[in-house]
Write a protein that binds this ligand. Structure first.
Ligand code: F6P
Length: 317
C-alpha cells in the first residue's frame, strides 16, 4: 500500500507534528509514504518525494510546514484538477492525506467525488471548521496572541491608554474570543456578534473612573478597520488609543503542547483510516478523535461559545 501527504492553504503550527505522525505511523504499519511539496500546486506538478523515518526527525517542535504550502488557483481549474488526479495515478497512490483548512477540505471533497481516497486533517489557526471542536494550530495562535497582549498591556497600563489589537480569524471570532478570555481583554469585536461602540466606550469610562489604567479591545480582522474603530473610540472616551495589528506573527512559532498532542492523535488516526482505503475527515469532539464523512462535514453549523463570551464580559468589568 502507498499513501501520499500534502499541506495546503495557510500554514498552522502543528502541521509538522501531524506530518511526523502520519509518516511514522505509515512506516510502522508497512505502508510506503510520499510527501508532496507545495500543496495542491505540487500535486499538479508531481513534486513527490519518498519519505523515510528520518525525513520527519526533529520537526515535532517546529512551526510552519516542512512540505511547504500554497493557495493553489490552478487546482480550481479543470486542467489543473485533471493533472492533479493524473499525478496520483502515475505514483500509484492508494490514499491521499491532506492537511489544511476550509479551502483545502473543499478541494479534498472534490477529489473524493472523482473516486480518489482522501483523508483530511483539519489545520488552521482560525478554528473555523464547524465539524471539529478544534483545528490544529488554533491553540498555539491563542497562546501567541495572549503573550502579545500581555506585552501590550504593560505599556498600555503605564501610559493609561487603550489599545485595539487586531487579530486573525477572517469570518471566525474564535481567536479573539479565546485570547480575550486568556489575556483578560475588556472587550472583543467579532464577526458572530453585533457590537455597539457606545457601550464599549461607556465600559472603558466606568473602568477609568474606578481607577483602571488600561483598556484592551481585541478585534477580529473580518470586522472592519481597527484604525477607524480606534479613532471613533478615542473621540467618544477621550482616552489616548493605539492600534496593534498582530498579523502573520500569529501564524508562526513552536506548536503548543495541546497542538502537538492533537496533531499526533489526528495523524495517527488518519493512517488508521487510510488502511480502510476510503475517504473521511478527521476531527475531534468531546475529547475523542473521530472520522466523519465528507458529505456531512460542511453541513455542520458552528456552535458559538456564548459561555466563554459571558465569562469574558463578567470578569472584565
Ligand atoms: O486561514 C488562516 C489565515 O491566517 C486567516 O486568519 C487569514 O485571514 C489568512 O489566513 C491570511 O492568508 P494568506 O496567507 O493567504 O495571506
Amino acid at each position: 500500500m502507498r499513501i501520499a501527504i500534502l499541506t495546503s492553504g495557510g500554514d498552522a503550527p502543528g502541521m509538522n507534528a501531524a506530518i511526523r505522525a502520519v509518516v511514522r505511523s505509515a512506516i510502522y504499519n508497512g505502508i510506503e509514504v510520499y510527501g508532496i511539496y507545495e500543496g495542491y500546486d505540487g500535486l499538479i506538478d508531481a513534486k513527490f518525494e519518498k519519505m523515510i523515518e528520518s525525513s520527519v526527525a526533529d520537526i515535532i517542535q517546529r512551526g510552519g510546514t516542512i512540505l511547504r504550502t500554497s493557495r493553489s488557483e490552478r487546482f480550481m481549474t479543470e486542467d489543473g484538477f485533471e493533472k492533479a488526479i493524473n499525478s496520483l495515478k502515475i505514483f500509484e497512490i492508494d490514499v491521499l492525506i491532506v492537511l489544511g483548512g476550509d479551502g483545502t477540505l473543499r478541494g479534498a471533497k472534490k477529489l473524493k467525488e472523482t473516486g480518489v481516497n482522501v483523508i483530511a486533517v483539519p489545520c488552521s489557526i482560525d478554528n473555523d471548521l464547524a465539524y471539529t471542536d478544534f483545528t490544529i494550530g488554533f491553540m498555539t495562535a491563542v497562546k501567541t496572541v495572549t503573550e502579545a497582549v500581555s506585552n501590550i498591556r504593560d505599556t498600555t497600563e503605564s501610559h493609561g491608554r487603550a489599545n485595539v489589537v487586531e487579530v486573525m480569524g477572517r469570518s471566525c471570532g474564535d481567536i479573539a474570543l479565546y485570547s480575550g478570555v486568556s489575556s483578560g481583554a475588556e472587550s472583543i469585536i467579532i464577526p458572530e456578534k453585533e457590537f455597539n461602540i457606545n457601550e464599549i466606550a461607556e465600559k472603558a469610562l466606568i473602568g477609568k473612573n474606578r481607577g483602571k489604567k488600561h483598556h484592551i479591545i481585541l478585534m477580529a480582522e473580518g470586522r472592519g478597520s481597527a484604525f477607524d474603530f480606534a479613532e471613533e473610540f478615542e473621540k467618544l472616551t477621550g482616552i489616548d488609543t493605539k492600534v496593534t495589528v498582530l498579523g502573520y506573527l500569529q501564524r508562526g512559532g513552536a506548536p503548543s503542547i495541546f497542538d502537538r498532542i492533537l496533531a499526533s492523535q489526528m495523524g495517527y488516526k488518519a493512517v488508521e483510516e487510510a488502511c480502510h482505503l476510503h475517504s473521511c475527515a478527521i476531527g475531534t469532539s468531546d475529547g475523542h478523535i473521530r472520522a466523519m464523512s465528507f458529505s456531512d462535514i460542511f453541513e455542520v453549523e458552528k456552535i458559538f461559545r456564548d459561555d466563554l463570551l459571558e465569562i469574558l464580559k463578567t470578569v472584565s468589568i
